[in-house]
Design a protein around this ligand. Structure first.
Ligand SMILES: Nc1ncnc2c1ncn2[C@@H]1O[C@H](COP(=O)(O)OP(=O)(O)OP(=O)(O)O)[C@@H](O)[C@H]1O
Ligand SMILES: [Mg+2]
Length: 267
């Protein structure tokens, strides 16, 4: 479904003198309906990769390689074609609900705005569809949530609203960039279960970005390990976690409880 080949991203510094290579020749595939995990420490380039796939990097980023999605190279599309990809093709849920939601707009209206950007629907239809989305992300008391401002929601509720926005145009691929980093572990588990449920219900592929390997276990079918802008190891999660080949992967996994790891498969 999505084939990334030899993708490099560099940020040009002032006067184009300094360039900072953030992604260095990355290749991987995303398969329909599968959960892929992108694992790497802070600053390794995970969000940059997500933004490159949506083609929303700032102008001073130089992008090379190819990102083929449904057979077309996203790096060659016009901005107009790319807008269509960003709705029904690839969508993203960001790591900080506090930053991604508009603080002065009711959340129901924010979901309606996303729908409005992609459909020519009347107000009532937008409102109905926004409510359906809030139900699908398992929020209770939809009437209250719909009219709430972001600061009136708990962290978990705000994250669900963001997921509803991400789902709004029924993407084939949903990228979730550390969607649970700021939540406590019970709520984290609930959000993972929700993403898994939605993936099955909509037969969507999920690219789940995290620095925490424990979240990928029993969740992601495949894992890609990123280190300083390179994918140093990738494969089925159970295989990579039980027999990591790369020294950096071993280091990341050493932070995990050894019993949890042993449950991943035979060493
Ligand atoms: N707009 C930008 N301009 C210049 N450099 C940038 C820009 N965005 C990111 N970088 C640099 O690219 C590198 C990778 O950043 P990125 O945000 O992709 O990492 P990350 O893996 O998502 O980290 P985190 O886990 O903290 O979210 C960092 O060194 C960062 O400073
Ligand atoms: Mg990031």
């Amino acid at each position: 479904m999505c084939k990334v080949r030899d993708l490099s991203v560099a940020f040009h510094g002032a006067k184009r003198r300094l360039t900072h290579e953030v992604l260095k020749g990355i290749s991987f595939d995303v398969f329909p309906g599968e959960v892929s995990g992108l694992l790497g420490e802070s600053g390794s380039g995970k969000s940059t990769l997500a933004l490159a796939m949506l083609r929303v990097l700032p102008a001073h980023a130089r992008v090379r390689g190819s990102i083929s999605f449904d057979g077309r190279d996203l790096l060659q599309l016009s901005e107009r074609e790319m807008r269509r990809v960003r709705s029904a093709g690839i969508s993203i849920v960001f790591q900080e609900p506090g930053l991604a939601l508009n603080p002065v707009m009711q959340v129901g209206t924010q979901i309606m705005e996303v729908l409005r950007a992609h459909h020519n629907w009347k107000r009532q239809r937008l409102r109905d569809e926004a409510r359906v989305l809030l139900v699908q992300v398992d929020l209770d008391d939809i009437d209250r949530i719909f009219k709430s401002y972001p600061h009136e929601l708990s962290g978990g509720q705000a994250q669900r609203v963001l997921i509803a926005q991400g789902l709004a145009c029924r993407p084939a691929l949903l990228i979730a960039d550390e969607p649970t980093a700021s939540l406590d572990s019970t709520i984290q588990a609930e959000i993972l279960a929700l993403l898994q449920k939605l993936r099955r219900a909509h037969n969507m592929a999920l690219l789940f970005i995290t620095h925490n390997p424990a979240l990928l276990l029993n969740f992601a079918e495949r894992v890609m390990v990123m280190h300083y802008g390179e994918i140093v190891e990738q494969g089925p999660t159970a295989a990579v976690f039980s027999r990591p080949a790369n020294a950096f992967t071993k280091l990341l996994l050493s932070s995990m409880d050894q019993r949890t790891l042993a449950a991943a498969g035979p060493a």
